[in-house]
Structure formats: structure tokens, C-alpha cells
Unconditional design. Sequence first.
Length: 324
Amino acid sequence: MRPEIPGAPETVADVGEFGLIRRLTEGRVQPAATLLGPGDDAAVVTAADGRVVASTDVLVEGVHFRFDWSDPAQVGRKAVAANLADVAAMGAVPTAVLVGLACPATTKTTVLEGLTDGMWTEARRASVGVVGGDMATAPVLVISITALGELRGRAPVTRSGARPGDVLAVSGKLGWSAAGLAVLKRGFRSPVNVVAAHRSPEPDYAAGPRAADAGATAMLDVSDGLLADLGHLCAASGVAVDVRSDLVEVHQRLIDVASALGGDPRHWVLTGGEDHALAATFPDPDAVPDGWRTIGTVTRPGTGPAVTVDGRPYPGATGWQHWR
């Protein structure tokens, strides 16, 4: 038994699994969609449509986040946002979040409390509840989020519906998270709004259902980089996509950061991940809804790369890939 150190922060080993669960769940107010929250073998969430959209992501300390760059609440927000964006990319409305946490026994309870507070902050932004989950021991902190959603009568918007002649559009920020990561890697903490975009992205969850209602033919969440993720859409739909660089917004703030760091702001916009913007194809320009920006066209596949920029292959890496 380890000696008690007066004033030392509690660890998860001190509190125990069920004491920690009580601490992290007590006092949380669930939305109306949660019929039964934490405390039983499973939660019960409404699914009035009769169909449930589900998505899961895993975040590993040292790979997806670092506590010297982000505080626990920011990591919690980011974990939930990444999953809810996937639900929105199907044209669905988020309804609930489930959380799996694994960590060393020496993890401070304040870290998990901060994570939980951040998760609830982002869940409330999407009007959903954190309805349950699980905990386990692991060598490093691992967060697994499962997000649920409902289609409310819509057909799901998949990656496989794009057709030649469609227009390509995006909703949300691009390149900001990559710029924030570049700033953090150089040991800086400002500009604050650029670093914040990496620490806690804020997807527009309503943009996905809005695109579905407007007739989007295909859609996905931009998590690994715009060009890399468009490659997945092209593979699923059997099409090619050409992005017009003059239509892709490069914010002045990114230009300023790139100038200071010696980076390429357009490269961040085209290949940077973790902004969790949405990209979608629409049958014609008039179908693109408010809040979306047209940036290219869908074409027939040829012999070259499926994704081009201004009609040419993009030089270098197009986004993030695990194990590469």
C-alpha cells in the first residue's frame, strides 16, 4: 500500500472504478432524447425514425492529443466533436454519446473530471447527452467515443452517391487545426484562435442535415485532410474530383501564421486534418445551401489521380494516414 501524501491529488486508484463513475456522472442533466442514462447495463435513447446512425473513434494519448498542448477539457471536447461530425456527415442529427476510457492507475482524477466536463460541454453544444460508457486499465490514456444520431426521415447521405457533373462544396474551417498544430510544435501558444482550432474544433452539426435537405449526393467529414478524404469519396462513388484553388478560402490569419513560421497556408487548407469541416457534392450550383462554399467539380475518372487541384496531381502527401 502506497503511503498517503498530504495534499497529493487523488488518482483513479484512490477513488476506484465505481467511485469514479459516480463522480463523473452525478448531477449531469440529460436531454429529452435520453430515456435512460448511466447506471444500468445499457442506456436507452429515442430513435423515432426507426434507424440509428452510429460512429466510433479512438483517441490515444501521444498520438491524437498531448496534455502539454491541450488541457483535459479541450481534449474531451475534441473527442466528442470528431464523432458527432461523422454523424452530421451522414445527414443525421446527433442524439447521444457513449464514452470508453482506459488509463493508468496513476492518472489523476482531475484529468478525467476535466475530460468529462469537456465532453459534456461539446455534447450540450450539439444538444445531446453522454448516456453511458465503460472504464478500464491501460498503459496510456485512451478515449473511445461512440456517437449516435437519427435521420428524421431523410435518406442517409453516403460517400458513394457523387456523379460526374456534380459540384463540390465545403462547410466549416479548413487548415486552421493544421496551423494550430504547427504553432504548438514550434513551442508557441498564440495566435489563440488558431491554436484553439486545433485544441477544440467546433463543427457545425446542423450543416450535415441542411446539406441532406438540399439534395447532397455524397458527403463526408474532413478529418484526415481535404484531398485525402475526397479520395475516399471518389473511390466510393467511382468518380474524380477537381478542386479549384482560387475557390478554396485561405484566411488571412493562416497566411500570417505561415509567414511567421515559414509554412504554406494553402497546404494546410488542402491537406490538414482535424478541422472536422464537411465536404459534399450537389447536383448543381443552385442546390448548394447557405453556409456551404463551392470549391470544385466532380468529373469522370481518368488514368491519373482521382483528386486533382486545378487539373493537376497534388505534389506530396494529401493528408494523414495511420501507420505511414
